[in-house]
Each structure stands twice: as C-alpha cells, then as structure tokens.
Design a protein around this ligand. Sequence first.
Ligand code: ME8
Length: 638
Amino acid sequence: MNSKKTCYVTTPIYYASGNVHIGNSYSTIVCDCFARYNRLKGNDTFYLTGMDEHGLKIEEAAKKQGITPIGLVDKVALETSNLWKNLKITNDDFIRTSEERHSKVVQDIFETLLKNGDIYLGSYEGDYCVSCEAFFTKTQITEEGICPDCGKPLRRVKEESYFLNLKKYSDKLLKFIDDNPDFIQPESRKNEVVSFIKSGLEDLCVSRTSFTWGIKVPSNPKHVIYVWIDALSNYITALGYGSKDDSKYQKYWANGDEVVHVIGKDILRFHAVYWPIMLMALNVPIKFKLYVHGWYLMKDGKMSKSRGNMVYPMEVASRYGLDALRYYLISQMPLGNDALFSYDRFLEKFNTDLANDLGNLVSRTVAMINKYFGGKVSKPKENLLPFDKEIEDLLALTIDKYHESFSTFRFQNGLIQIWELISRANKYIDETEPWVLAKDPSKIDVLGDVMYHLYEVIRNIAYMVAPVMPDGSEKICDYLKTKADFNMLGYGKVESGEVIEKCDALFKRLDIEAELKYQEEKLEEKEPKEVFKDEITIEDFGKLDLRVGEVLEAKKLEKSDKLLVMKIKIGSSVRQVVSGISKFYTPEEMVGKHVVVVANLKSAMLRGVESQGMILAASTEDKLEVIEVGLPSNSKVS
Ligand code: ME8
C-alpha cells in the first residue's frame, strides 16, 4: 500500500489589529512554498493560517476606531483572507480565535490544566506591554521602563490572576530540546531558548481581569484567558482537537509524520517554551518543529506606520506580478537572518534573475525548437556533445540539493542552486551555438541533441520553481506542453516533447530608473501623518507645575550607561533628579544649565535611586537635547 506521508504546516496567526505588510506576509508566503512543495512531493498536506483576534490590543484598536471588537476583527479577517487569495496562498483552513470551534476547546484546555493543578490562582503585579501582550520581569525591563521588545511604555498592572506552572516543566523541556536537536531551527535560536530556560522560568500569568475582549475562564468568568494561551491553541483546535470530530488532529498531529510551525524571531519564547509546556501539561505529544525566520527590514530600519515606510504585498504584486514578489521574498532571506527589502534590489533581481536569466532561457529555447524542429524535440540515443554530460550532472545535483533545501526551509539555497543551473543552460547555448549547427545539415542530430537537453533542463526548472512561482511555473509548463510532476524530475524522463508556437516573455525587463522614480513619488505620498496622543483639556495641562531649575551638580549613576543623577535648585529648594540623558550629555556639560523641571511629579525609584522630578528634553530616534531657558531658577513655565 502506498500510504502518503502527512505534512502539517502552520503560520503564526496574525493580530487582527492592522494591515498585513510584506514583512509579516513573508511567514505566509514561505509556508505556502512549503505546502506546495509537499503536495508536489505527494505528501498529504494540510496548511493552516488564521487570525489572532482577542486581547487588550484589539479591544483598544476597536475603541480608537469607534467600532466593536467583533466589528473590527470581522473586517480585518475578511481583508486578510482576501489578501491571501490574491497572493494565491493555498491554505486549507483559516482559523479565527473568535470562532466557537476554537474558543470552546480553549476553555476546556484551561479547565483541564486547572483541574490537573498546572494552572493555579494567585495574584500578579507586573509591567505589561499592551502591544506585545506580554508581562516583563524587572531584569528584562530597560532603565527607562519601556518594553524590551518593542520599546513602547509599559503599564503597571496588579490583579488576581491564574498562573501556569512553568517551573515544574523546565527540566523536562530542556531534556526534550536536547533529545530533539532539530526541534528549533536554526541552531542559534535554539541556543537562545536554552539559555532563557536555564536563566530560570517564572510561572506564567495566564488570565486577566482588566478587560473583557477574550475567552472567559468558565469556572471564574471575570477572568479572560491570556491571549497567548488562546492563540497558541489554534494549532490543534483547528484540527478538531478536543471536539467531536478530531480525525484531522489524529491524522496530522497525533499520528502525523511532519508538523511544522513557522514563526518570526520575535515570538520564539511563546512557541519554544510556553507552547511545548502547555502540550506537556495536556499530555499532547510535542510533534512540531519550529522554523524561526528573521525580519524583512527597510533601508531605514524596521517597517512601521509611524516611519511611513510600510510596503504592502499587493502594491508590489499588482505592479510587478505575484511571482516577482514571491521570488524576491523567498530568495533574499536565509533561514534565521534578517533581510532587506528595497526597490533598488527588487528591481535589479527582477531584471537579472527573472527577465534575463530565466525569461531569456525559456523564450530563446522555445523559439529555437520552433525554428529548427517545428516545435518538437526527442531524446537522442546517445549524448553527442561533451557539454551534455556536464549539464545532466548539474541537473541531477540541483534536484538533490533542491529537495534537501526545500524540505528543511532552506529555500534560498535551493533557489541559488536552480539559478546556477539556469546560468549553466544559458552558457550551454553559447557553447553549442545552435545557430551555427543549423547551417550545417550534417549537424542536424547534434542540433536535436542540444534542443532536447535544453527542453529537459527547462522542464525540470519549471517543476522545481512551482512552489515559489506558481504563475511562472504554470506558464513555462504551458509553453512546454507539460504539467509539474515531481515523479518526472530528472533528465531524460520524457522520450519526446513539444512546445507551443509562440510564447510571451515571462518577465518583461523593467526600466529601473523610471520605476525607482515612481516608487519614490509613492513613498512621499505615504509620509507619516503625525499621530498625537488623546486630547487633554487646559485644566489637565494646568495640573503640571513646570519650573526652571539650575543644575548644581551632576554625576553618572554607577552601573548604568544611561542615567545621570543631578542636584537641581528650584528657588530655595534643591532636589535630586535622575534622568536618562547620559548618552547625550556629560555631567560637566549639565552643570550650570537652566532646565525645565516637572516639579510636581510623584517621586520614583530608578535603579534604586530616588528621583524627585523630571527634566524636559526634545528627542528624535538618535538625538536628544534638554530644553534650556535663559531665565533664573524657579521661573514658571506654562
Ligand atoms: O505575533 N519581517 O502576530 P503578528 C518578517 N498574533 N516577519 C515579520 C515582520 C517583518 N518585518 N514583522 C512581523 C503575532 N513579522 C501573534 C502570533 S501565533 C500563535 C500568534 C512576523 O501579526 C512576526 O514575527 O504581530 C510573526 O511571526 C508574524 O509576522 C505575525 O505577527
């Protein structure tokens, strides 16, 4: 019996708070390549993606837009699933965490963990980042009290809370990681996880009472289940785990051959620590491997709405074609590292790799087969040229490397290898000079041999690029009157072949200068609009007591490279102020300055030192200047 290997591949589920840009669409595109590759290999493949729809972040985003949370998530889910259709993503399911098939099972999971004693009730006081939906410990927080992951301000939160006992499982998890060396890939990410676990796990707060948009704890409904417990469970709830029909769960997970979670580097801890521990506590086998990719960055750093440098996938796909977008994103990112998205590089790759190398090889070959043999090729009895063996060997090597890299998410390596074959084939045309052979009737067999070799190389290339470039592959297959079929990979698998009479250029060369100009103009339209904080009244502002203060003394705070401790005179009083300006001012530079102090700010401890106020400064991402005034100390600022 020919029982098919199963393959289950998942993307992270996307926050329903905003549009998907080319960076996070990378996760979906790369998974789509993997799913398509596995289907071509004949594996029984199930590809899951979806939406992460609960949590404070969504609740607040909806409030800002003046709509209900469900109104917001319905809208974003529709936009996102349409985007995937337009990008020809072949997902088999689209899970939304607001669906009952999911939330009901998450409640059961929570209650099971509670019953088994893996979840217990306690109380929590901590610093919470709404944007990352995560708590941070004292050691993780920066001196300015901002989120170590995204840099946004943290909120102090105190509430009764449920906790998941992570400590209990930390040794078991370390052993699991040790026993399964390819559990987390690449290796560098695995090392990161191991040292995180070894530094000591704190039990994880898994419920919240300060907002309502989420799945309620059935036995204590004032608690909402922590969004990551909710979200991570999607990988099994979508398969029907814990429901009446769990056949997919049995097939693809419990008895499955390959389960792959693809994630970006920023959500590693959740997938490599919390998720396996949840599964251990539930007695569900840890079947998955984690492939952790880096980020697509822009020339000026991270993609962000406030920088106005966001690029959306359909902007690229509708102007340059879906294949060009997919090819660029897949070919530029080695597993685990960050990569750059820039139009200069994109356009250069378009012209070189797609229009010149691949496109020309195909159109030249189709034209020659038509011209010399009326569109037909047939397998020669023996090789007639010394270059034949060379190109056959390279094709065989390419197929091996292709499988090796595409089955382990090293897509970039696979593509590099295919493009080596493409270059070799172009060189083969130059070496064999078919136009010269065609002039000599005695060389007709040699010419036939050359055309057959080219046909075979292109046929194989068309099959191999199918997961990455579905449209281009289909087009080439149409030109060659064939269909992508991995059983037919290899030189000489067809006795004869035929091409269509005329083919369009696969990729039309672009005028790079004109395109860059176009993109620059578009970028200007995207210039960030200023985002201001919520409006306040004059009374609110009047609560601030701003005074001019003279800096009498300043010194660096030991063990800190950011903080300066200053003695500031305001009228007859002198107070101590700690400020994170040490990267921009030496203590000597500060002494004597007349600065603006928030004089009625509640005092706070910074690195164990009391700060009785704050000084005002203006800053950009990399510069900072304190606000100086020429008036005497104690002058009022309003
Ligand atoms: O994290 N380049 O959702 P999300 C590459 N809901 N990948 C990027 C990227 C970039 N510039 N920016 C973001 C969440 N990503 C959670 C997941 S799963 C149970 C819950 C990646 O919409 C990011 O690393 O913020 C993550 O893998 C994915 O996009 C979704 O991010």
